[in-house]
Design a protein around this ligand. Sequence first.
Ligand SMILES: *[C@@H]1O[C@H](CO)[C@@H](O)[C@H](O)[C@H]1NC(C)=O
Length: 267
Amino acid sequence: MLLLLISAFVLLPWAGAGRITGGWEVKPHSRPYMAYVSITSDLDGCNPETFPCGGFLIHPHAVLSAAHCVAGKRKVTIRVTLGAHNIKKEEPSWQVFHIDHWVIHPNYSDTNYKNDIMLLKLKPKANLTKEVKTISLASQNDYVKPGRTCQVAGWGKTSLNEGLSSVLREVDLKVQREEECVETFKMKYIQQSMVCAGDKDGKKSTFRGDSGGPLVCKGKAHGIVSYGRRNHFFPKVFTRVSYFEPWICKELRKFLLQDLPECSSSD
Ligand SMILES: *[C@@H]1O[C@H](CO)[C@@H](O)[C@H](O)[C@H]1NC(C)=O
């Protein structure tokens, strides 16, 4: 069920990915697939630490996020809020879920962020409304091309020295040639299962708190905010959604005990 890695040492929350910097506040509820994922980890039973990640609704019963948000942490509790814009100001559109079941990719590695993907199961299911909608996934053979401009939204930090954003913000990032990430991350960057993207001028980026959010290209989720270099804006690595589509479908089917029309393969 939950594949919490029990480590003998404390893993620091990953700091390389996820601030929306240089972006803009989106029109409220214009990204109805966005999920605010609040994770609390209580190491010694008296010092609970809470931090945010992003996520996105792919099915009334499922939110996708990044494995590194949770992996290696002890005594984790996860809360998901859908239909939010200002996360500090409760609205009637909010749907809040306490997550009992989640699946971290079994081959996730916290040394190189391989397979950085996690599925959160919503029970009861989300109600689809004007403010809460699913986003479709890039299908298995849909390989996003370098040069394409995509969007990433999040409630992450807006600059190195500022706090988290209370409102949902978004940036445009360009899909980069694989060489850009190979040069920076060497062997860590795996072309097949990761997408390289960013703003070469280094003015716009994701940062701390945006992890797990989607890289959206032409209305489809193509990536999941995964990692970068600490305090660097460029380039950024995203989990390649199209590569994991079969895994996502398999896990969803297992959870729902039914076939899914939106899943292309059923192996
Ligand atoms: C969905 O709608 C039903 C019926 O109005 C309601 O009982 C339920 O609490 C809603 N679910 C969420 C997660 O808000």
